[in-house]
Design a binder for this molecule. Structure first.
Ligand code: ACO
Length: 433
């Protein structure tokens, strides 16, 4: 525990006049928290916070977000520096173990992850049981959930070595699982991982290579993929990460927990917004119609919202969106694609950012605003967008899970409720109802 006590907070019960003093705890940065752990036992009251907008659910040293200033740090390192100078596996090491690896640690970590990329051959049969038109996220939920049936030797959560092996297996196998889901939907043969390639290169190879011709890795696309993975690797206690932690708090094995995280990520309010941005830009269709759509977004009687704008936590420019925009230009320039959707997106951003409505409400582009355009240019169908998010976020999920399991104060997650149903009543026999 790295927390420190920084005073107290006093609650006064207006009905009884009773005073309750609660400790205030400080982390290393960010808002202090009021420690309500003893509130129920001492006052017979629960706190009430549906949606957890004011609730810290755990102590964590992985990721820090300052939404007002548009800051995202992983173990203290700004996301912009990581996206520019680091790579995805280095970030995975940082999230899992707390430090950037030195040369020797890096070589070992890359080697260990690389040699876990193959899937048990029997898992191929799983894919063949799915319909070809199954949504790839449905396949991800099923196959990842099934991993514990294949890798039972790494499901003992009380064994530190088993926890590490499970973490490596998940980070290593997720691109293989995702690429196979994609290939299955196309009716193309699966590609085995190639250990001479980097994590991002290998992922591209498994996704896009076909046996009938040589696949040449485009370094610009490999770099863009690596950046995309970095930008989505972790984002503290969002819905899917909290799902992984809650599932894991009961002692469930890590493969089952990550499958739960994938299910949560699938929801359109979480992982699906970049697809919605593409649909919106397509609907707008031309620069001349941007003002009309901005007007619609501001109209309270119209349910339309500018997709890719606004964020629950960021009330400033999402730092990931800046990197994503730069990556977007690099990819489109390299591929020689003149996508009118990019021009439209930039026009929309300019108009919205000069508009009083968006300025007053601190509505800025979020990470999803440009990512759909890059992924489309790289050749992904929109159904794969959330799958790529899941591949990246697996690193954050498993690092958060590991942090939770290794926390000596960890308990099963068990929120309480405000009961509003009927009070106790007597059962009425059927003939008397
Ligand atoms: N377009 C127009 N108005 C907006 C938008 C938007 N995209 N986002 C928020 N607003 C307005 C709201 O109408 C509200 O106005 P009001 O105060 O006059 O009533 C005000 O801004 C505050 O909005 P809330 O909905 O209270 O903000 P909240 O934090 O609950 O919502 C959310 C955040 C869901 C992301 C929202 O901004 C939104 O719907 N954005 C579009 C969808 C999107 O891009 N989602 C991806 C998020 S990033 C991610 O998940 C990886």
């Amino acid at each position: 525990m790295n927390e420190k006590n920084s005073g107290t907070f006093t609650l006064i019960n207006d009905k009884t006049g009773d005073k309750y003093t609660l400790p205030i705890i400080s982390g290393t940065t960010g808002p202090d928290v009021i420690d309500v752990r003893r509130l129920y036992s001492e006052t017979d009251h629960f706190t009430f916070d549906p949606g957890y907008t004011s609730t810290g659910s755990c102590e964590s040293s992985l990721t820090y977000i300052d939404g007002d200033r548009g800051i995202l740090l992983h173990r203290g390192y700004p996301i912009e520096e990581l996206a520019e100078q680091s790579n995805f596996l280095e970030l995975a090491h940082l999230l899992l173990f707390g430090e950037l690896p030195n040369q020797k640690e890096s070589e070992k970590f890359v080697h260990d992850i690389t040699y876990h990329t193959m899937l048990h051959e029997q898992l191929m049969n799983f894919y063949r049981g799915f319909r070809r038109d199954a949504h790839p996220m449905a396949i991800m939920c099923g196959v990842v959930g099934a991993l514990s049936a294949f890798y039972h030797d790494s499901t003992d959560i009380n064994d530190a070595h088993a926890r590490m092996v499970a973490s490596y297996r998940l980070i290593a196998k997720m691109p293989t699982i995702a690429a196979m889901a994609y290939k299955y939907s196309l009716g193309q043969p699966f590609n085995y991982p190639q250990n001479n390639l980097s994590y991002a290169e290998n992922f591209l190879q498994m996704l896009f290579a076909v046996p009938s011709e040589e696949y040449k890795i485009n370094p610009v696309l490999a770099r863009a993929m690596d950046r995309l993975l970095i930008l989505h690797a972790d984002h503290e206690q969002n819905a899917s990460t909290s799902t992984v932690r809650l599932a894991g708090s009961s002692g469930a094995n890590p493969f089952a927990c990550i499958a739960a995280g994938i299910a949560s990520l699938w929801g359109p309010a979480h992982g699906g917004a970049n697809e919605a941005v593409l649909n919106m830009l397509t609907e707008i269709g031309h620069k001349s119609r941007v003002s009309e759509f901005v007007k619609k977004a501001k109209d309270k009687n119209d349910p339309f919202r500018l997709m890719g704008f606004g964020h629950r936590v960021y009330k400033n420019y999402d730092p990931r969106a800046k990197v994503m925009m730069q990556s977007c230009h690099e990819v489109l320039d390299d591929l020689g694609i003149d996508d009118p959707l990019l021009e439209l997106a930039m026009e929309l951003e300019t108009i919205a950012r000069e508009d009083e409505y968006f300025i007053e409400r601190n509505l800025y582009p979020n990470v999803d605003f440009y990512s759909g355009i890059i992924l489309k240019a790289m050749g992904f169908p929109s159904s794969m967008f959330t799958v790529l998010f899941a591949v990246a976020r697996t690193t954050g999920w498993i690092a958060q899970w590991k942090e939770m399991i290794e926390d000596p104060t960890q308990k099963i997650g068990r929120p309480r409720q405000l009961y509003t149903g009927p009070t106790a009543r007597t059962y009425t026999p059927l003939e008397q109802r």
